[in-house]
Design a protein around this ligand. Structure first.
Ligand SMILES: C[S@@+](CC[C@H](N)C(=O)[O-])C[C@H]1O[C@@H](n2cnc3c(N)ncnc32)[C@H](O)[C@@H]1O
Length: 340
């Protein structure tokens, strides 16, 4: 007899594991508060005494010593006597250097209270906040825009190189990354394939950040920015349209509408490349399912989706052929090809 039971991927949960999972938000909050208080940035200049840290970061002594020593126990700080310094991973990922995850940490901090009302989502299905996903409103604050762009760069850091090497670009003359933020993925593909006419399309407010980023990357003039609202404005002409980490923001009807607009804009034989941290078709991977719940908490219609779901949207939007493959450890690539 075939056993169709889907079993937990994490294995049997003993008592200690149940308790650990139930209070895992304690450790998350200690880390997020340390970022909020600027602790890792203070210590990137070198070790400091507990008294200096409490004073400079504005931490009350009643909780401060437990807080610092908990961070030592969690592996983010090192302690010698009364002196604390960043652990190497904190210096690299939590201070201000090029690999800093500070923007992501701040976004997760903003979502913390939203997750505390997960039960509300489960009761009525409604989003709990607009924080970070009402793009036009978010971009009214230039600093928030810049921080969001940095988070997007971090989330797609491995995508650009993987897409540049994992797709047959030789037969193509052009691409546009739709909803391409400040162009980080487009830059990696353009750099690896100089024969391509490269483009990045996003909301008009993103253009100054795009220009600054291309300047930093030494690619000014090599990638063209198309200012557009992808639901309302004409889409740029191109052989290949990339759409990554975008469809999870929208409901199924909006995804099909967007993909239909892309289909109409592409020439015969043109392709759309969708990448995302998709739920596995068997729906077993808890990380992807948690990400999907996150999208449901922060958007009215957004959700995680499987490669099978993406392929069915593509078919509904008119694409003749579809295929799915693994792009990176976290992301799946789904191609839709328009009939020639
Ligand atoms: C979650 S980010 C993904 C960015 C990028 N593709 C990546 O993988 O890092 C979604 C992007 O879609 C853009 N976007 C949202 N609504 C849009 C619209 N109506 N028209 C054009 N771009 C839009 C946002 O500005 C943002 O850059």
């Amino acid at each position: 007899m075939i056993d169709n039971t889907i079993r937990p991927t994490a294995g049997p949960q003993d008592r200690a594991a149940v308790v650990r999972t139930a209070r895992s938000y304690w450790a998350a909050k200690v880390l997020l508060s340390a970022v909020e208080l600027g602790l890792f940035k203070k210590l990137e200049k070198g070790a400091a005494t507990d008294a200096d840290i409490l004073r400079d970061c504005g931490i009350h002594a009643r909780a401060g010593h437990d807080f610092l020593d908990a961070l030592v126990g969690l592996g983010f700080l090192e302690r010698e006597g009364k002196s604390y310094r960043n652990a190497p991973s904190a210096d690299r990922y939590l201070a201000a250097g090029p690999d800093s995850l500070e923007g992501l940490m701040r976004l997760l901090s903003a979502h913390f209270s939203v997750w505390s009302d997960l039960t509300g989502l489960l009761r009525d299905g409604g989003q709990r906040t607009n924080v970070g996903r009402d793009f036009k409103k978010l971009y009214e604050d230039p600093e928030a825009l810049e921080r969001f762009m940095a988070v997007m760069d971090g989330a797609s850091a491995e995508i650009g190189p993987a897409l540049a090497s994992g797709y047959d670009w030789a037969a193509r003359a052009s691409f546009v990354d739709l909803g391409g933020a400040r162009g980080n993925v487009a830059a990696a593909v353009a750099r690896a394939h100089p024969h391509l006419r490269a483009g990045c399309a996003d909301l008009p407010a993103v253009e100054p950040a795009f220009d600054r980023h291309m300047d930093r990357l030494g690619l000014t003039g090599k990638v063209r920015f198309h200012a557009c609202d992808f639901f309302a404005d004409p889409l740029p002409e191109t052989d290949v349209m990339i759409i990554g980490h975008v469809l999870h923001d929208w409901d199924s009807e909006q995804c099909v509408r967007l993909l239909s607009r892309v289909h109409d804009a592409l020439p015969p034989g043109g392709s759309v490349l969708i990448y995302d941290s998709m739920i596995d078709d068997a729906r077993r991977d808890p990380d992807r399912l948690l990400l999907s719940l996150n999208m449901k908490l922060i958007t009215p219609g957004g959700t995680g989706y499987t490669p099978a779901q993406a392929r069915s949207w593509l078919t509904e939007a008119g694409f003749a052929k579809t295929a799915a493959s693994r792009l990176t450890d976290s992301d799946t690539l789904v191609e839709g090809r328009k009939a020639a």
